[in-house]
Design a protein around this ligand. Structure first.
Ligand code: ATP
Ligand code: MG
Length: 288
């Protein structure tokens, strides 16, 4: 797989697939943790009204969230939470975001709101992952406009390739009209089951069509991955010895090799008004 030369920090990756339930959130949550564990200051932004990536880090009913950045222009660092991993911060989503898709329509530069917020962060983080909703609406469009690249989780089943064609068309459109930087970083096969014939056929087709863009690492179906969110922890903290953890560590290694980061590892920014997902009661009553 080729390497991406990093022009400037941060490198922004949107985790996208308009198909529901393919492992976007599981990938965003766990990849973010693995990248942070390699001491790269990482920010995970949840831009899905379902807020699954937020609750996967134990964050619910956050006082300040991505909505405030998108609609009111609040700085992202004011919306971010600290996590158990020192190098990982999370900007959560919440129910407000359901309305944001409609509110955005009447806002100036509506496709660029997230890009502007991320730009204002400067080089505080090295890597930013954005967990997108299962649609190609204005929220996903904001992620694609803010991103350097997309990471596509793909479940090997019958209609996967058809959905992938729509998604690559959307990436082309966004590249042509809103964000000339946008690239496909890679496709990651999720919930893989090597014993399933159809899955093997689909995998072979995806690899022959997309070649080096498909990561060598497959994420296996692993029950520990589906349990971890209910404990508010990424797999790395929930069960580091699981197959799921090993797979996401390998995927992070492949991604880091692609990104060829050369700067020495460093610490993330100090948040101005830290909200913490790890304080007792902190998830329901963020610190003022
Ligand atoms: P949505 O489109 O609704 O946002 P998604 O693409 O983000 O969904 P996930 O929420 O990550 O998908 O995964 C869907 C379901 O599958 C979840 O219950 C999750 O726990 C489970 N799951 C995801 N990946 C795996 C895996 N590798 N092994 C076992 N279960 C998994
Ligand atoms: Mg999701």
């Amino acid at each position: 797989m080729g390497t991406t030369s990093l022009g400037s920090s941060p490198f922004v990756i949107a985790v996208v697939n308009q198909k529901g339930g393919v492992g976007k959130t599981t990938t965003a949550v766990n990849l973010a943790a693995c990248l942070a564990a390699s001491e790269r200051p990482t920010l995970l932004i949840d831009i899905d009204p379902q807020a699954n990536a937020s609750s996967a880090y134990g964050i619910t009913n956050a006082e300040r969230q991505v909505y405030d950045a998108l609609i009111d222009g609040s700085p992202l660092t004011q919306c971010a939470f600290e996590t158990e991993l020192e190098t990982l911060h999370v900007v959560p989503a919440g129910r407000d975001l359901v309305g944001a898709e409609i509110e955005l329509v009447s806002i100036e530069a509506r496709e660029y709101r997230l890009a502007q917020s991320i730009q204002a962060l400067g080089d505080a983080y090295e890597i930013i992952l954005i967990d997108c909703p299962p649609s190609l609406g204005l929220l996903t469009l904001n992620a694609l406009t803010a991103a350097d690249a997309v990471l596509i989780p793909l479940q090997c089943e019958y209609y996967a390739l058809e959905g992938l064609a729509n998604l690559t068309e959307t990436v082309e459109l966004v590249r042509g009209q809103l964000n000339p930087r946008l690239e496909i970083q890679g496709i990651v096969l999720t919930m893989a089951d090597g014993r399933n014939n159809l899955a093997r056929q689909v995998e072979a087709e995806v690899r022959s069509h997309f070649g080096e863009k498909v990561y060598r690492t497959r994420i296996p179906r692993n029950v520990r991955l589906s349990e971890a969110p209910s404990h508010g922890q990424p797999i790395l903290l929930y069960d580091i010895h699981s197959k799921g953890a090993a797979a996401y560590v390998k995927l992070a290694d492949e991604l880091l090799t692609q990104l060829a980061l050369t700067s020495p590892p460093r610490k993330p920014p100090v948040l101005p008004n830290p909200q913490s997902s790890i304080q007792p009661g902190g998830q329901d009553e963020p610190t003022p």
